[in-house]
Design a protein around this ligand. Structure first.
Ligand code: KG4
Ligand code: ZN
Length: 334
């Protein structure tokens, strides 16, 4: 089956064509204009999607050597994300699906992140335990099947990606801070400063990252700019270590309690090199299989949206034209 995927939930305009698990074309345009503001400006994001989307869809068909009338469905993110940004992609997809008389598949972006693993590992089978870590989500859930989830823990405040990005801002790094901190941490000492590892409740698997960010803010204020810049790499490595440590402890605690045989990572923060390394070591030590999505499918892309759409189509879950954009859509059971 051939699926066109469209993703416009935040600041990446992305279009892809999938032939089953094979990605024919995967185009991502990251909107760099937001860097000057230190974060995403929703109004500008929507306008950029408007400016780029039509041409990117045309290019994707051309590069894949696929005629629009030969696709089997149009998959598009319907949430979560920024309302205006979502509406650009969703309205475009509705128009295209209608004009081609093809099924419309309104995809939950979070499910897209999880399904990205099938692009890297087509032989992957349900069920598996998933740590989902993105700019908006931090969640540990059993993925029993597509649309059948059991959540064990989630962040009670900031998401892991948000914790990276907020520290990036405090350290005056370009937005988004996550990849910058990852890069700088390679030259730093993770034991330079012991950031707090928050426990929400010892019998719970929930996360809290806001204290960590506050600790960084106070430290930088107290020691001053020169000291901060001098120890930038060490601060990045120590801060990253605290996030990775909490993610590791909670995930493997759930894995133990559920006797999980397989752990899957998903979302933008799954691109973090230290997170991947620590999870690889711990999984190997405990004899648990670990699946890591390729770096290009960790951060926002449309191939993962097309893959989730393909799953919907296979199961006859076609969306109606009245499907709406839902900015706070959650991972929930069908
Ligand atoms: O999944 P994603 O692209 O968008 C959302 O759905 O939120 O995730 C974006 C988040 C950002 O917070 C970004 O800083 C973080 O993923 N991120 C990273 C890395 N690459 C992206 N965080 C840490 N290390 C990275 N290498
Ligand atoms: Zn995302």
């Amino acid at each position: 089956m051939l699926i066109l995927g469209i993703e416009t939930s935040c600041d990446e305009t992305a279009v892809a064509i999938l032939r089953d698990d094979e990605v024919l074309t995967n185009l991502v345009s990251s909107q760099l204009l937001h860097q000057q503001f230190g974060g995403v400006v929703p109004e500008f994001a929507s306008r950029e999607h408007m400016r780029l989307l039509n041409q990117m869809v045309t290019d994707t068909f051309k590069l894949s050597e696929i005629k629009p009338e030969n696709i089997d469905g149009v998959a598009v993110t319907r949430g979560p994300g920024l309302m205006g940004a979502l509406l650009v992609g969703l309205s475009f997809a509705k128009g295209l699906a209608y004009s081609l008389n093809k099924p419309l598949l309104g995809v939950n972006h979070v499910e897209g992140h999880i399904m990205a693993n099938f692009l890297t590992c087509p032989e992957l089978k349900f069920p598996f335990l998933c740590l989902l870590v993105s700019g908006g989500h931090t969640q540990i859930a059993d993925i029993n099947d597509f649309g059948d989830y059991q959540t064990f823990g989630r962040s009670v405040d900031d998401a892991a990606g948000e914790a990276f990005d907020k520290a990036g801002r405090i350290l005056e790094l370009p937005y988004p801070g996550g990849p910058q901190i990852d890069r700088l941490a390679h030259q730093g000492d993770p034991e330079f400063y012991k950031f707090p590892r928050a426990k929400v409740r010892s019998d719970h698997f929930d996360f809290s990252f806001s204290g960590l960010k506050t600790a960084m803010l106070y430290l930088v204020r107290q020691r001053g700019r020169d000291w901060t810049q001098e120890h930038l790499a060490d601060l990045c490595a120590s801060y990253q270590e605290a996030i990775v440590d909490v993610l590791k402890v909670n995930t493997f605690k759930v894995a133990k309690s559920q006797r999980a045989k397989k752990i899957v990572l998903a979302g933008g923060v799954a691109a973090n090199s230290r997170l991947r390394e620590v999870f690889e070591n711990e999984a190997a030590r405990l004899g648990i299989e670990l699946i890591l999505p390729s770096l290009k499918y960790c951060t926002d892309n449309a191939a993962m949206i097309a893959r989730a759409g393909l799953e919907m189509l296979k199961r006859g879950q076609i969306s109606s034209y009245s499907v709406s954009a839902v900015p706070n859509l959650r991972l929930s059971n069908n």
